[in-house]
Design a protein around this ligand. Structure first.
Ligand code: FAD
Length: 512
């Protein structure tokens, strides 16, 4: 049964077609009585980006896969309804919205949570609507195991990140989250519920991973587990020269055998600015960033390599120190700008939760977030540093500017996500947290800056792809997917021929 259905739109001027849609939906779901209720929240009208808004016809809270399938079938039976699975709504461009359509609140989906051992390897079956932070907590506390590949922030749903890729400092070793699931249960745009894997309904499995929600709604995922460490040595070291920073980061991710367990990094402004500069580096309140160490040759920005090494409670700290020193000694960071801290594994993985709390307290969590995320070939990263980091972004973005290398061979070409054609490519993420106007800049100014960066990449012919892509025209989508476009279109025709699903991605118009 559907647990709950919120009706948002009942303006008198609603088109009769929409009335027909609601009526046919209500009949199909046998929920005539509750369909006319206004809901207590407007979550489906907005997202984390705070730039776009939409008025859906209804917010549906499914309690089971059967509910999800019934909603999709009901939409398919109507002339124009669309269905958007909403994970935790952390998209920034309305991707989880459905104007005049149905929004499925995937968080309501009841949890399968089942640990499985198959041929000696551990997996967990979780709901597509589960938050990664809950998956982490249950896996660690119940069986001492944990997924291998993460995102930085864990208040995101399993289905939401698997629809893109899911990237963080473990991706160089294990690939994105999409490379760490072995089976999915998916409700297609035809309303069929299918179990899929590399060997069963494989085209749907590969399509749904990184598929922008276009081919089906992920209701369950089987995630690979490994033993969870107890502790993490969390390290930040600072560079003034990008060539040295990038060279060291690349050599670390290429040496998989003897390396850190996590490799990331970010750009900071070479100043004492609290949001953009030196104060963003120290890991604890007792640590001091002393700018005396910065060489006089340094430019407007500096680079911070962020690393982590896992260990167990039984390991002696002196042994951890020795291992860390050995790994750090050949790196070319500025001696004196080396920050380290020991935290539990959970504290480390939940580190961005603290950022969320601060941002909520200061109001920047709820201000607009015109974020820009892209993947850029290694061969273009120096050019990008020279023109974008050192010039366009020399005053920062009031939040992290991530830049770290990933290995192409950890990504599966059969998945729907597209990345640059290069053995090493970088993720660049401008995670803007400016206060809303009048304290901060108008969002249009920030969007313009994003456009300037994209324009720079395009004009120079850089090999890049947007991560969390969003385009207005079919032509732009075709360019984004490049030689994978035909496959993407074919998958759409096979699994969601009427283009019912994920309308907020604005790739395919609904057909009847
Ligand atoms: P939503 O925004 O709700 O949905 C995203 C898209 O997926 C929509 O099109 C939606 O229809 C579709 N969808 C949702 N659930 C399903 C499902 N079950 N089946 C099929 N389609 C579905 N990303 C990273 O890779 N690495 C990071 O480190 C990272 N950090 C972040 C930190 C913050 C603070 C924020 C806000 C975002 C971050 N992201 C990161 C981006 C994040 O991965 C995406 O925004 C993702 O879409 C969020 O998941 P969600 O559950 O909120 O999905």
């Amino acid at each position: 049964m559907l647990a709950y259905l919120e009706h948002f739109v009942r303006e008198n001027d609603a088109e009769s077609r929409q009335d027909d849609d609601v009526a046919s939906l209500a009949r199909a779901l046998e929920l005539q009585a509750s369909i006319d209720q206004f809901g207590p929240t407007g979550i489906a009208t907005k997202d984390f980006g705070g730039i776009k808004s939409a008025k859906p016809l209804a917010l549906v809270r499914p309690s089971s896969t059967v509910d999800v399938a019934r909603v999709v079938k009901a939409a398919a039976a109507s002339p124009s309804l669309t269905v958007a699975a909403r994970g935790n709504g952390h998209s920034v461009n309305g991707q989880a919205m459905a104007e005049q359509g149905l929004v499925l609140d995937m968080r309501a989906l009841e949890e399968p949570f089942k640990i499985l051992w198959i041929e000696g390897a551990a997996y967990v079956d979780v709901s597509g609507g589960a938050l990664w932070e809950d998956v982490l907590k249950r896996c660690v506390s119940e069986v001492g195991l944990a997924p291998r590949s993460w995102t930085d922030y864990l208040g995101l749903t399993v289905g939401g990140t698997l629809s893109y890729a899911g990237v963080s400092g473990q991706t160089f070793r294990y690939g994105p989250q999409t490379s760490n699931v072995t089976e999915l249960e998916v409700v297609t745009g035809k309303g069929e519920t299918l179990c899929c894997s590399q060997t069963q309904n494989s085209e749907l499995f590969f399509g749904a991973l990184g598929g922008l929600g276009q081919f089906g709604i992920i209701t369950r995922a089987r995630v690979v587990l490994q033993q969870a460490p107890d502790m993490v040595r969390w390290i930040r070291v600072v560079y003034s020269e990008f060539e040295e920073y990038a060279g060291d980061a690349e050599s670390l991710v290429e040496e998989l055998e003897e390396c850190f367990d996590y490799v990331e990094g970010f750009v900071l402004v070479n100043s004492d600015d609290r949001a953009n500069g030196w104060p963003t580096v120290p890991l604890g309140p007792e640590q001091v960033f002393d700018p005396i160490h910065i060489p006089s040759s340094a430019g407007p920005v500096l680079y911070c390599l962020e690393l982590a090494l896992h260990y167990r409670n039984a390991d002696h700290l002196s042994r951890v120190d020795t291992d860390v020193d050995r790994l750090l000694q050949r790196l070319r960071f500025i001696r004196g700008l080396n920050f380290q801290m020991d935290v539990t594994y959970m504290e480390f993985l939940l580190r961005v939760k603290r950022v969320e709390e601060h941002a909520k307290a200061s109001g920047t969590w709820d201000s607009p977030h015109p974020w820009l995320n892209l993947f850029l070939s290694k061969s273009n990263i120096l050019d990008f540093d020279r023109e974008v980091f050192k010039k366009i972004l020399k005053h920062g973005v009031d939040g992290p500017i991530l830049v770290y290398p990933l290995l192409r061979n950890k990504w599966d070409d059969r998945h729907s996500v597209v990345v640059p054609d290069s053995e090493i490519f970088y993720i660049v993420a401008l995670l803007r947290f400016s206060p809303a106007p009048p304290k901060g800049p108008p969002v249009e100014v920030l969007l313009e800056q994003n456009n300037e960066i994209i324009q720079f990449c395009t004009n120079r012919g850089l090999d890049f792809k947007l991560y969390f892509p969003h385009y207005q025209s079919r032509e732009d989508w075709r360019k984004h997917f490049g030689k994978q476009w035909a496959r993407f279109v074919e998958r759409k025709a096979n699994f969601d021929p009427m283009a019912i699903l994920a309308p907020g991605q604005a790739i395919f118009p609904r057909t009847s």
